[in-house]
Design a protein around this ligand. Structure first.
Ligand SMILES: Cc1ncc(C[n+]2csc(CCOP(=O)(O)OP(=O)(O)O)c2C)c(N)n1
Length: 244
């Protein structure tokens, strides 16, 4: 019988502690596969976020560093500049990247740092109890906006790809929605390209993955995929925003 599925070498043997159906596991696996395919596991350094992926260092078989909340792009910048032969990526949620870490991501992008950023946008602060995030949709309920986000009080969602695309620094910015097999393939391809760009010295690459949070959204994993397609993609359209 032909073996068609095995654990990528880029993952350790640790079992994921994520909720059932959570995209963090999917994104970890894709990064692990890309590292294996590009044969860079031994020279990759990842920077973990504060958020549900705070224990990412348990799961990845490369070197990992834990950054303070939102500071991953600054830490990644320092590591890459000191060790330019290493492949350096940050992995960040929307609370981490688009709220407390807004300054770090904008300036790393503007400087065109030769790093790879994987941005997990699940529209909520998953780890701390489902509070409103900068990417929470208008009308979306959360524990801190139980009647739905009201722009009069809480403003509008932040579109990170569109914002960063106004800068001259980034070399590649793409938003993907892995809600079906084609979306999965697109996501894997985007992650691979974001790592390849760094290998080629092209500069700053960011992939935003429209992600779910079945637990805080109070949905089944299947319902959460449908919700991404029907609601999230309207505010956050997938596509390539920068490729140069
Ligand atoms: C300096 C600091 N401020 C606030 C917190 C509390 N905190 C922990 S995780 C988090 C947000 C996580 O949300 P997100 O980045 O979207 O990741 P997710 O948990 O959804 O994957 C916050 C505010 C903290 N740990 N440190």
């Amino acid at each position: 019988m032909q073996k068609v599925y095995s654990r990528p070498k880029g993952l350790t043997d640790a079992e994921f502690a994520y909720c059932a159906g959570c995209f963090h596991s999917v994104a970890h696996r894709m990064i692990a596969e890309v590292m294996e395919e590009l044969d860079i596991i031994d020279r990759t350094i990842g920077v973990c976020p504060v958020g549900c992926a705070v224990f990412m260092y348990e799961y990845m078989a490369c070197d990992m560093i834990e950054a303070a909340h939102g500071r991953a792009p600054a830490v990644a910048t320092g590591v890459k500049r000191v060790l330019p032969d290493r492949i350096v990526f940050s992995y960040q949620g929307d609370g981490d990247l688009a709220s407390i870490g807004t300054a770090e991501i904008i300036h790393a992008a503007a400087r065109g740092e030769n790093i790879t950023v994987i941005f997990i946008n699940n529209t909520t602060y998953g780890m701390t109890g489902g509070q409103m995030a900068p990417t929470t949709l208008v009308g979306q309920k959360s524990t801190t906006c139980p009647s739905g986000r009201d722009p009069k009080q809480a403003g509008y969602p932040l579109r990170v790809c569109e914002l960063l695309a106004t800068l001259d620094g980034p070399s590649y910015i793409e938003r993907v929605a892995p809600t079906n097999p084609a979306g999965f393939n697109r996501t894997k391809k985007a992650i691979r390209k974001a790592f390849e760009n760094q290998l080629e010295g092209k500069g700053f690459s960011l992939v935003e993955i429209l992600s779910n949070c079945p637990t805080q959204w109070k949905m089944s994993p299947i319902e959460s995929l449908k919700w991404i397609d029907e609601h999230m993609t309207k505010t956050f359209p997938p596509g390539v925003f920068v490729d140069r």
